[in-house]
Design a protein around this ligand. Structure first.
Ligand code: BGC
Length: 308
């Protein structure tokens, strides 16, 4: 069945997701945010402080939902009656796609609950007007989410891709996963065999072994091909399952297409040379701004070019 990809307001999505608990959840998130702000901003100087304390102490109170899940402010869900096979951080690189986000979350939350995973949503927002840098945001999301919880599986999710079947399991395997076998815009096929974009899953060890993601792709395109090369370079193999269970639909865009990364082909040619030099090993960025929302934790970051 075709999913309903119509825009609905975030408040309505909250009502769908939390049902009669929506009021309690909103209050808990408000209180947690106030605590977070007190902790993050020095009262006297107004400066932001570093976050080398246990962030998850603030994610309180836990709310028991009526479907055997515990919810924590900022979009964190843990199953109550079983120990989850994977503790998944969903990282959504983001800028200015506020219509897409509630549509995606409305589909993913019930799906991940059915799969009995522990899961958290992190929206990693680029807080400037530089060209969009998806892969650098992925590095930030990886490092920052680990300050909150020791996740073992990271699903990197484009905000506009909606899975069509909730049997598309969002846990990891030892090897990096590509969750998509086809997408509506390409007649439910992939453009090329080595495509590793849109929705991918890597374990913490996978990400460390490829030195994270390249920081040099500013603008649309190329970074996912570079990540594919990194994975191959370190001797990992990508798992992808075939068939309609792994199909996606794209939420139609009502905005201008992002400008291209004009240097992407040149960068891609030198991918191997940069593997060890560029990624988690050299990334620098200012302390991000955290904000807890009912459905996700927003990490807003002002990323800029770094020298290799
Ligand atoms: C780009 C990728 C993109 C793919 C599909 C390639 O040419 O390099 O980044 O995901 O096309 O659109």
């Amino acid at each position: 069945m075709k999913p309903d990809l119509n825009v609905i307001p975030i408040a309505h999505t909250e009502e769908i997701v939390f049902g009669h608990l929506v009021g309690e959840v909103r209050t808990a998130v408000k209180v947690a945010n106030e605590m977070l702000r007190k902790k993050l901003v020095d009262d006297k100087t107004g400066n932001k402080t570093d976050t080398d304390w246990h962030f998850n102490e603030l994610l309180k109170p836990e709310i028991k939902t009526n479907d055997s899940y515990r919810y924590l402010p900022g979009g964190h869900w843990k199953p109550i009656n079983c120990s989850p096979k994977w503790k998944v951080a969903i990282l959504i690189p983001f800028r200015d796609r506020f219509f897409h986000l509630p549509i995606l979350l409305r589909y993913l939350i019930p799906m991940l609950k059915k799969q009995l995973l522990q899961f958290s949503f992190f929206v990693i927002e680029q807080a400037n007007k530089n060209l969009f840098n998806r892969a650098m945001l992925m590095n930030v999301g990886f490092l920052e989410s680990l300050k909150i919880f020791d996740y073992d599986c990271f699903v990197i999710h484009d905000v506009d891709h909606v899975p069509l079947d909730d049997r598309n399991y969002y846990g990891c395997t030892d090897m990096p996963r590509h969750f998509m076998s086809g997408v509506d815009k390409w007649k439910y096929k992939l453009l090329y065999k080595n495509f590793f974009g849109a929705v991918t899953g890597l374990t913490k060890e996978n990400i460390r072994s490829i030195n994270g993601f390249p920081n040099v792709y500013w603008g649309w395109g190329g970074e996912d091909d570079d990540i594919w090369k990194r994975v191959k370079d370190v001797g990992l193999n990508i798992t992808r399952y075939e068939g309609p269970v792994y199909h996606y639909d794209v939420i139609r865009h009502h905005h201008k297409s992002a400008p291209l990364a004009k240097d992407r082909f040149e960068l891609l040619r030198r991918s191997h040379d940069r593997l060890k030099k560029d990624g988690l090993s050299n990334i620098v960025y200012p302390i991000p701004v955290y904000e807890l929302h009912t459905l996700y934790t927003n990490i807003s970051v002002d990323i800029n070019r770094i020298k290799i």
